[in-house]
Design a protein around this ligand. Sequence first.
Ligand code: GLU
Ligand code: MG
Length: 450
Amino acid sequence: MDLNAFERKVRHDGVRFVRFLYCDPGGIIRGKAVHVDKLVERMQGGIGLTVAMPAMNMLDQLQPVEGLGPVGEIRLVPDPGSYAPLPYAPSSAGMMADMVTLGRKPWDACARTFLQRMIGRAREAGVSIQAAFEPEWTLAVAREDGSFAPADRSLCFSTVGWETSVAVIDDIVAALEAQGMPVEQFYPELGHGQQELSIRHADALRAADNHVRYRDTVRAVARKHGFVASLAPKPFVDQAGNGCHIHLSAWDADGARNLMAAEGKPNELSDFGRRWIAGVLAHLPGLVALTAASCNSYRRLKPHMWSSAFTCWGFDNREAAVRIASGLWDEATPSLNMELKPSDNSNNPYLALGALIAAGLDGVEKGLDPGKPVTVDPGALGEGERTALGIRRLPESLAAALEALEHDAVLMGALGDLLGRTFLAVKRSEAKAFAAQDQAFELAQHFYKF
Ligand code: GLU
Ligand code: MG
């Protein structure tokens, strides 16, 4: 790539600082910025970062992880294809960065590298992945005492909710579009102040990049309007939780045929599709540690909350952890996709999506069977009926999910030694820190970090 031409474009955009962004294993978006005068140099050589950073938890408490101490350094090397000026920040642009060792090798603790590795695994199996993150979040106002209240008391999909938020949503949409993210749908959701604003699917890496940018954009634009946008899974305990369901479809290598859809049978899964979701269900107890990755996540994953609480799948079943959404009229086959419901904005989207791919591929490789689709609310079945159907309750806490993850050889193997150890250490430290505090502390800490 012609870096001098790239620099000219950046100057032409009026950009002074370019942020090299990453999402750490704990799910926090961080970055370092370079002045445009030094951009070419830093694109070639990266920006230095201490090896300790991936071991930081969401309270900025550094965890003891072997190999991630005060001595040692890696480089943040940006992906120029992810460049976009940040419409909400003066003279600023962002690029998603990979973590690279001083020896110029992909670094094992880099979440974005992990996703690229899983995309590579899929490619070797002749599969290309399309994905979309479907975020819900809560528009709130800050009170003088530092606490928060929902911005409205609106009803689900209601005009009253629309009126409260349409001005800020309009600015958010403009900012997303300016960064190349096409918006698909918007509506006020069930909870007070809750919004759902979704963007179009993309190839897996770009989908995760987009979601990082989305989170930054929503928070920043809401703030300009005097609101606080909370992307926490459960910012208010008496209101609906904020999911960030992951939609995924697996295509052949050219992206021409949706492998999950049964040919000539609209809204039916192929054998490939059945095996894929069987893999997801088989690994779900450990997988949720990566997709619903904060202590606050487990306040959301309760029966009858439309967020899913059990390891089952179903067609258009909004209480099932894996929902197969009915396809679009006249486009049923290309639009068929799986939706993972136990996922929220407190995850690291690269880890969440990469692990979801690893789980699906495992089901395909092993020829797993997902069993029958569940046609009722699984929470309404008796314990015995669920057991007979092979339906398990999802882990009820982050600590329990981490336990399941540690014992899941496929997911731990996919993460690799360093990333696996780092994730467990960081998340266990969060589980411990929040267990020692009360609910108010947990809600306050999660409200505005994701
Ligand atoms: N708010 C629900 C959740 O926590 C999702 C509601 C829906 O979109 O079906 O996932
Ligand atoms: Mg929703």
